[in-house]
Design a protein around this ligand. Structure first.
Ligand code: NAD
Length: 266
């Protein structure tokens, strides 16, 4: 505990279980003194999220399905009753696409319906959350969303999620430009592949793990603690001059161009 986040209150969207990236971030924020509110999607996940939140001393656990804008408004109304003095940060760690379309060629499998649904849940929901969170950040604040390198480079099977992440990263820049004058910073954390529910929805995710381990400069995947630590940096005053950025926490995978010659020749 450093007290880096002492006196700061925030909202975490996207905990499904104790493997969730949002959970890793929540634990690190709690370790550094933050006070947290959580959301959950549906009653089944709520039964998992409530005890996790309680283990970090939080009884603020509110349902929210970002596909339903009334649910988003109800979330903020409920949050106002608990955090009456506003909030200091928000973490958006939400993504969804039809699993059947995260397999095969993007050009073949992508439907209009799932494209729209993926964009609303995985991209536009961050803008809708930011619109509401900004009104509650009276002392300035920091917003963070989660992205993946499939936004700028093609990854087999990542497909429409890559397109949504590209739009999400562009949203980060537009939101940062708009909210900067109010002292609100907006950034994205681009995590390497992690074993989560959402991660398991991508076909051949195992190959992405193996490729990362073989070729990333650090020769390994990243941990929830490492993602959590970088999130604390982006959400705390340590990164006070940083906004509109995509910050990679991926063992350096994003800097490589071709696979290692020794692996190719093996
Ligand atoms: P996860 O399955 O633990 O979390 C995804 C969350 O999104 C779940 O809590 C789920 O309830 C929520 N969600 C989906 N649809 C929703 C809706 N309509 N309303 C409200 N919540 C909804 O998986 P994760 O890997 O922790 O995913 C968190 C974020 O991290 C996602 O944006 C994902 O794209 C991103 N990310 C994941 C990886 C990875 O390898 N796992 C890598 C980089 C980025």
């Amino acid at each position: 505990m450093t007290g880096l986040m002492a006196g700061k209150r925030g909202l975490i969207l996207g905990v499904a279980n104790d493997h969730s990236i949002a959970w890793g971030i929540a634990k690190s924020l709690h370790d550094h003194g933050a006070e947290l509110a959580f959301t959950y999607q549906g009653d089944a996940l709520g039964r998992r999220v409530k005890p996790l939140a309680a283990s970090l001393g939080s009884d603020i656990v509110i349902p929210c399905d970002v596909e339903d804008i009334a649910s988003v408004d109800a979330l903020f109304a409920a949050l106002d009753e608990r955090f009456t003095d506003g909030i200091d940060f928000v973490v958006h760690a939400i993504g969804f696409s039809d699993k059947a379309q995260l397999k095969g060629r993007y050009v073949d499998v992508t439907s209009r319906e799932n494209f729209s649904r993926t964009m609303v849940i995985s991209c536009f929901s961050f803008t809708e959350i930011a619109q509401r969170a900004a009104k509650r950040m009276r002392r300035g604040g920091s917003m963070l969303t989660l992205t993946y390198g499939g936004s700028t480079r093609i990854m087999p099977n990542y497909n429409v999620m890559g397109v949504a992440k590209a739009a999400l990263e562009a949203s980060v820049r537009y939101l940062a430009g708009d909210l900067g004058p109010e002292g609100i910073r907006v950034n994205a954390l681009s995590a390497g592949p992690m074993r989560t529910l959402a991660g398991a929805g991508i076909a051949d995710a195992r190959l992405m793990f193996n490729h990362q381990r073989a070729h990333a400069p650090l020769r390994r995947t990243v941990t929830l603690e490492e993602v959590g630590g970088s999130a604390v940096y982006l959400l705390s005053d340590l990164s006070g001059g940083v906004t509109g950025e995509v910050h990679f926490v991926d063992s350096g995978y994003n800097i490589i161009s071709m696979p290692r010659p020794d692996v190719l020749q093996a």
